[in-house]
Design a protein around this ligand. Sequence first.
Ligand code: XIL
Length: 475
Amino acid sequence: MGSAVTVQSIGPAAAAETTLRAAAAKAGLFFGVAASPGRLSSIVGQEFNQLTPENDMKPSTIATSSGGLQNTGNADTLVNYAQTNNMLVRGHTLVWHSQAGALQGANQATLNTFIGNALNRWGNRIAYWDVVNEALDDNNTGNRRSQWPHTLNRDANGDGDLFDTGDTDVIRDSFIRAKQVVQAGGLTTKLCINDYDVEGLTVRGGVQNRKANALYEIVRNYRQYIDCVGFQAHFNDNPNSIITDDLQANIQRFADLGVEVHLTELDIDDDLSNNDIGAGQAENYRKVVRACLNVAKCTGITVWGIADSESWRSSERGLLFTGGSGNYQKKAAYHAVLDELNKGRDVSTDPTSPGTPPTPSASPSVTPSVPPTTPPNPTTGCSATVSLNSWTGGFVATVRVTAGTAPINGWTVGIALPSGATVTNSWNANRTGTSGTVQFSNVSYNGSVNAGQYTEFGFQGSGTATGLTPVCTAS
Ligand code: XIL
C-alpha cells in the first residue's frame, strides 16, 4: 500500500486489556497456544485462554495398533492445566498421514475405534477436536493425498470425487464416526477439519487456491458432520503459504457455510529478504488477526508455540516472544496483536461514534457489517440485503437472500456496482459479469428457500462498493 490510511475511532473509550486472552475474550474469540508439558510456564495461563497439545495427543503418542489408548499422561497434564487456568482445549489430532505411530496403515474400523476411545476419554474437557488433519495434497493440486489413510478411499463411479453414495472416503467416514460418538455421549465437543495452505482464495500470483477450494467442497458436502474448519496459518515465503489480501474473504466463505473458522497453528516468518509476505512481521500479524476479527464466525486464533527459539520452525522467528525456558520477552508482533484484539470486531467508521481520534496506521481501515441497504420484503418472491466489509481498495460483500411468505425454488440477484468496482471472486452463486450490473443466481444447493428463511452468497471485489442495492427475483 502506497500511503498511510486511517483506522477510525472504535466506539466508546474503554481501558485496553493487557493480555492477549483478555483482549480476545472481550472481542468474542479465544487466543491460544500450542504447548507441551515442559513449556507450561506461568505465561501460558496468563496470556492464552486456549491450549493445543503440540505433540501429546497425536496417534504417535497415544494410539495402540488396535485403536486403544496408551501414554496419555502428558495429554492429561495439558488438559488439567487448561482446566485449572480456564482455557479451552483443542485435541490434535485423530486421523493424519503423519505422526500416526502404531495406527499407521490401520483400516477404517480401527480408526473408528481410536476415534471413539479418544473422544470419550476426555469428553467435554476437549472443546474442539481436529478429527482429520492435512488431508489435501501439496503444490496446489486440489487433490486428496495419495498416502495412507487416503489409500482407504474408493471413487466407485470414477467421476473424480468421493462424494457419491457408494464411494469410500476416509474423511467422511471418520467424521461420521466422530459425530456418532459425540451424539451418543451427549458431548458438546466440536469436530474440525484442519489443513495448511488453505488460507487465501488465491496463492502467489493471483492463482486460484485449489487446495482451499477442495477443502471448501469437503466442508460443504459433509457440513452435517463438520462443525469447524482450521486454517493452520503457517505463513512464509513459499508460493502457497503467503498472506494474501483475500484471507478475510476466504474465512468469510467458509463461515457462510455455517461452520466456525479458526486459525489453528499461526506463525509468520519474519524473513523480509524478498519482502514477499508483506510489510513486516508485526504488520502481518495485525493483518491476519484483523481478517479473523472481521468475520463473526472466526472464533479463535492459536499460535504454534510461545517463543521463536522453541518453535518447530525456529529459524523463521515466527512467534510473539523471544527468550525461552519460561523467561520470555514480548516482540513487536505481540504488541500489534494485542492492539488489534483490543480494537475488537467492530472497527467503526461512524464519525459520530465517540472514541479516540483517528491515528495514522499502515493497516487497512476496515468497515465490518454495514447495516442492510434494503429491509427484507415481507411479501412473496424474495428480497436481498448486503453487508459489506471494506478496506482501502477492496471489499467483501455478503448477500442474504430471504424468501417472502411463500417458498422459492430459485433466485437471481442483480447488483449495480459503482464505476471502478470489479468482482474478483464469488462463492455460493453463479455469476454473470464482473462490473456494472452483475447478476448472481443460485447454485444447485441453495436455490430452495422456505418461506421467511434465507440463504447467503458472497463476493469479493476491488475498488469501492458503497450503497449497493440488490434486486432479488424469485423463480
Ligand atoms: C509439529 C510440531 O510442532 C513438531 O514439534 C513436531 O516435531 C512435528 O509436528 N502441522 C500440524 C502440527 O498439524 O501437528 C505440526 O506440529 C506442524 C504442522
